[in-house]
Ligand binder design. Sequence first.
Ligand code: ZN
Ligand code: ZN
Length: 221
Amino acid sequence: MDDRRVCPSCKSELALSEFYKEKTNRFGIRAYCKKCTKEKFHKYYELNKEKIYKKTREYIASHLSQHKASQLRYRELNRDRINKKSSEKRIGTDRSKEKLARRSRENKRLFLFTEQDWKDVVLEFGGRCAYCCKKAKLTKDHYIPLSHPSGDTIPGNIVPACLSCNSSKIDKSPMYWVEEKFGVDRLDEIQEILTRVRNKHYDRVIDAQFNHLGIERPIFG
Ligand SMILES: [Zn+2]
Ligand SMILES: [Zn+2]
């Protein structure tokens, strides 16, 4: 059959639409299916995160003077426009978003989270706190905390949490904390929802993650 291929990783025979296009490959598609490609990317990223961060920091440090100089030059050339833009920006910004972006920057984590992402994840959790399931004022909580190398501000890691859960969870590992407080079933439900959210935004997020780390996205399959 011409319109189906077997993925060498999961051995399933799948329609061509289940493979990413890759012009330089034989048949114009990647060898591994979309699902396997995603899994491999994710594993690679998670396994190499610390190493990748270290590499990026070294790169930034060695290019810093150069980077600063070009930034200064840019500012000098575009001063009026920049001033106007930032004062416009200041008028209509959401404070909590600003705070989140700053904390992400300080922790060198990726910030890629729009108001639409927030509305979507609140909807996914039925407008309730992801942990205790109560209807309350919802805050943006990092499921994996910012202090952890995987604590990015991205779809799939931000969950709606009531103030009480948010402040009692703080920097704790989500798995142990949720299981201890709300049971293993709730933990499974949360993980399932977050996996769904993550898959929905997969390409956008993984591209940004590699971009953020300053390395090219590796090609698998
Ligand atoms: Zn596969
Ligand atoms: Zn709660």
